[in-house]
Design a binder for this molecule. Sequence first.
Ligand SMILES: N[C@@H](CCC(=O)N[C@@H](CS)C(=O)NCC(=O)O)C(=O)O
Length: 229
Amino acid sequence: MITITAFKWVVPFAQGQVRDHRLRWALKEVGWEYEVELIDPAVQKSDAYRAEQPFGQVPVLREDGRPTLFETGAILLDIAERSGKLLPTDESDRALARCWLFAALNSVEIYLAEIAAADFFIEDEAVAKGYRAFALEPAREQLAKLSDALGARQWLVGDDFTIADLTMASVMKIVGHTDLVEAHDNLAAWRDRCFERPAYRAAIAEQCADFERHGPEDMGWDASLAGSD
Ligand SMILES: N[C@@H](CCC(=O)N[C@@H](CS)C(=O)NCC(=O)O)C(=O)O
């Protein structure tokens, strides 16, 4: 049996965003059963968990007889390669799908994460404003280039939804509170096409249901966080 880790609870703006949704989505796409171990900061800090995930983050993927895997992108690729699904059948397209998976995490997510940092994580308003102004143009540029690369195609690589689309679309969620993706009709339509997939909807519903059953106190946090957004 496969087990993935996720948090018991996160602040409202992060619900539906935590990276375990990417694994839930992929696992549902390929039809593999899995269990979820919900963890808290005490587990994150424990030696046992740090031995599995050196940075104490979620998610990991455990499976009998295999090493516990960490890093979402590596896990997504592992699921796709072993299942024989979510990757194009054509070898050249398979190579390109891998490129797009890395591009999502290394060439796009890092820029969009700066916007989220300014909007959600930096408490000092003046600092956040300056940070956002600095981060906005590079984020816009990467999205414009992504839009150009996608063009009129339905999917990033080949004729079907692949791990490239799954990873890149989940990265788009980071700026879901802005209109940055909507600035490009083709990008917004492609992202929505990805999010209409039943596996995506089920993954997000499942993650949010886990949060519904818990609260900040389960993470050892102040209960006032429950209403933050
Ligand atoms: N590069 C890692 C990043 C993992 C990551 O940032 N996880 C976040 C949740 S989305 C986390 O655990 N944050 C809590 C922390 O860093 O303490 C991956 O893709 O798996």
